[in-house]
Ligand binder design. Structure first.
Ligand code: SF4
Length: 760
């Protein structure tokens, strides 16, 4: 077994591992400054990072009007007061000479790279005229709106709703959609992991040491280093999370569900499950138990290549730490058409040991409304929403939810890739325009050629972005957004076990003609004749509305940047419940067993956790009970192609940021030495990788850290538009290799396929 201490932990297996802990100390952080020497006392501004969607609280240092350093906000304890490499590189984006600072109009063919600067007035007038014509001729539903999640999506989707379109999308179906929809089916809501208090973690390729999320990454790191938590990883390659594990199993791609179901089989058949918990909180156990009877470790071993004895042993070890143990349900393992049942099987392994609302297990978020109800008083203010009267109700159905089986996908997430079907095949009806804010489907969706075809076919493409991204390169109009270091935004909810709020604040003056997205979409709305739906004049007005005009609370949140209210609460954890009840004199009475177990309810049709679901059965016949189904990911003569995140970059968004491009500008194709030998490939050779939809050239990284039947590449590289000069043509473009396929029920865009390799 590998012994971990702080020193050998951060030594890591590569750049990604080290960057996680050391990012804020990277040399070159001051490189963004001009040559003038720094003078004066620095000012620290509390704000929120936007280098990925995690949105960590940050503290940004400003000297002589320039942002020179970014670190974590020390007041935000769950985040450890740190940022990752990407978070530390925010000013490299802010001062990048290649970011766009003026509205642009396409003057050549789409994607040709010919642009002219225009005024904001001309940009708004052009877009408004065209969108209103499309609405008149084809209906508001023929326009799709897609956005990065967070405050940006709120403002763009508000415009979309005011316009009358039901079609709004984030990147949900290309990233977290599978486990969110599975959680909704089983628990009726999202659930969170308490990794920091877990004593035993089973992980199916949720690569938190590369796909970094500061609070969870640090929690898991601390649990491993300080508390001796055991980590078992099932993943086809030796990723950094596998490197940091006590045990790593090179599972066959796409077979995770078989191992998860075999773990459930052992928990049930060997009587290791929490019977009392199941009786009290679970619906559909008998159907599930009947189904998993056949899913023995021996059966799973034949499918997954994970030895049966290990599956059995791990199930016993896991149960012996119950309820302070967890099976991480997180995303970005292999994606297959069985994504929905894979995530449900992972949740089921948690439910069986009764770790819900227990330390080290899973828990439900406690926002102000819930927390105040338990406390019997107002511990945290409840954030108000600006009400706008008379918003139109779309008459058309969404393009992605005409099929009943997808009805569990939340509407502001949506099944993003259906934009391609609606545009190219009028399925279920014809789309005519696409308005985007900070999304780059050319990298995050599959089948890049089809995305290009879609963008070329539309009557209008608008992109609001900080760079001419690979997708923005095909826009008619590009609207330059201020970076997050130049923007104020609404107060955001960051509640976990107790309520917490934080706020993004402008750190430096806006550069060029850029504007924050809330202002862009308000002004565009006014130009489109929808001004009555945007009554607020400033971000401050919106913040005041949120806090019911409590100026002192607003000042406090702005000064501290992150404010947490009350104490952490898990309803079935006696110590926490006792501390909570002693703090609030009007708190709900505690149960006889010292918990709030009687208050634990789920928003499912039965009010319980649904291990088997009649609702899902009704939506997608045959899928009510969690089952194993064989998946078809590749032909016999092909290799599995899997992709994943790297700690230095975020999806397709940061590859042109100077500091990050300097750290890593290229991806290589991981190939096992035996596979490489058979194909005559040596380390560093130029190779061609070909799938059913595309072909890419790259460099071979020959390593035993991957299965013989699998190849891997980090995602987001290989941009093909010339505007992103630091990223263009560097590495393999994963989206160009992946076919356009959607998983049942959860609507996930599948990110695993078959490929062939050849030396060039
Ligand atoms: S994980 Fe890193 S990039 Fe993402 S929000 Fe946090 S600090 Fe920023």
């Amino acid at each position: 077994m590998i012994k971990l201490d702080r020193r050998n932990f951060i030594k890591g297996a590569g750049a990604g591992g080290a960057s996680c802990a050391l990012a804020t100390m990277l040399p070159g952080t001051l490189a963004a400054l001009e040559s003038a020497p720094l003078k004066g006392v620095g000012k620290e501004v509390a704000s929120i990072c936007e280098m990925c969607s995690t949105r960590c609280p940050i503290s940004a240092r400003v000297v002589n009007g320039k942002n020179v350093f970014i670190t974590g906000n020390k007041a935000a304890k769950p985040f450890g007061g740190k940022v990752c490499a990407r978070g530390g590189a925010g000013h490299s984006l802010l001062y990048d000479p290649q970011r766009i600072v003026s509205p642009l109009k396409r003057v050549g063919e789409r994607g040709e790279g010919k642009w002219a600067e225009i005024s904001w007035d001309e940009a708004y007038q052009t877009i408004a005229k065209k969108l209103n014509e499309i609405k008149r001729d084809h209906g508001a539903e023929s326009v799709a709106f897609s956005s990065k999640s967070g405050s940006l999506s709120g403002h763009l989707f508000h415009l979309g709703k005011a316009f009358g379109s039901p079609n709004h999308f984030t990147h949900a179906s290309t990233c977290p959609g599978g486990y969110v929809v599975a959680a909704k089916a089983m628990f009726g809501t999202k659930v969170k992991r308490d990794l920091g208090n877990s004593k035993y973690i089973i992980n199916f390729g949720h690569n938190l040491y590369e796909g970094i999320n500061m609070s969870e990454t640090r929690a898991m790191m601390d649990a491993q280093m300080e508390k001796g938590t055991k980590l078992v990883v099932f993943e086809p390659r030796f990723s950094i999370v596998a490197d940091k594990a006590d045990e790593w199993f090179a599972i066959k791609p796409g077979t995770d569900v078989s191992v998860a179901l075999a773990l459930c089989h052992v928990l049930i058949e060997d009587g290791l499950y929490d019977k009392e918990f199941i009786e009290r909180y679970v619906e559909g156990f008998d159907e599930f138990a009947k189904e998993v009877k056949a899913y023995t470790p021996e059966w799973a071993a034949a499918i997954s290549d994970v030895p049966a004895a290990d599956i059995r042993r791990i199930a016993h070890e896991y149960a012996s730490h119950a309820p302070h143990a967890v099976v991480d349900f997180g995303h970005r393992a292999t994606f297959t058409t069985e994504e929905f049942d894979m995530r449900r099987a992972l949740f089921a392994a948690n439910v069986l040991i009764g770790n819900i609302e227990r330390k080290g297990g899973l828990y439900l978020g406690k926002k102000a409304k819930t927390y105040n109800k338990f406390a019997g008083e107002t511990v945290a203010p409840i954030l108000g929403k600006p009400g706008v009267e008379g918003m139109p109700k779309p008459t058309a159905k969404r393009i992605d939810q005409v099929d009943e089986q997808y009805a569990m996908m939340w509407s502001s997430g949506g099944i993003y890739q259906t934009i391609l079907d609606a545009t190219l095949e009028a399925k279920p009806y014809q789309l005519k325009a696409w308005v985007m804010s900070r999304t780059n489907p050319m990298q995050t969706m599959t089948d890049r050629a089809r995305v290009v075809e879609t963008l070329k076919k539309l009557d209008l493409v608008v992109c609001c972005d900080v760079y001419i991204s690979e997708t923005a390169a095909y826009a008619d109009i590009i609207l330059p957004e201020s970076t997050y270091l130049e923007r104020d935004e609404e107060i955001a909810d960051k509640s976990g076990k107790n309520p917490a709020y934080y706020v993004r604040q402008r750190v430096v003056e806006t550069i060029g003609q850029t504007k924050p997205s809330w202002q862009i979409f308000k002004e565009l709305g006014e130009q489109m004749g929808l001004g009555q739906f945007f009554p607020w004049q400033s971000m401050e007005t919106l913040q005041m509305l949120q806090l019911n005009r409590d100026t002192s609370e607003l000042r406090r949140i702005k000064e501290q940047g992150y404010v947490s209210y009350g104490k952490p609460l898990m309803l079935r954890e006696p110590e926490m419940v006792s501390a909570f009840a002693q703090t609030y004199s009007n708190a709900k009475p505690v149960d006889e067993d010292g918990t709030y177990g009687s208050q634990l309810k789920f928003k499912t049709p039965s009010g319980k956790i649904e291990l088997s679901s009649k609702k899902v059965e009704g939506m997608a016949p045959g899928r009510g009970v969690i089952k194993y189904r064989e998946v078809d990911l590749k032909q016999d003569d092909e290799l599995y192609f899997i992709q994943g995140k790297v700690a230095i970059h975020t999806n397709g968004a940061t590859h042109n940021v100077p500091m990050l491009a300097n750290l890593m500008s290229d991806n290589a194709i991981w190939v096992h030495p035996l596979t490489a030998g058979k194909l005559g490939i040596s380390a560093g050779d130029a190779i061609r990788i070909t799938s059913s939809v595309g072909s890419e050239e790259g460099t071979a990284l020959v390593t035993p850290g991957i299965r013989q039947d699998t190849v891997f590449a980090y995602m987001g590289f290989g941009s093909k538009n010339k505007e992103l000069v630091r990223a263009t043509g560097k590495g393999v473009h994963c989206g160009n290799l992946l076919p356009h396929k959607t998983a049942p029920v959860c609507g996930m865009n599948i990110h695993t396929t078959g490929v062939k390799l050849a030396k060039i």
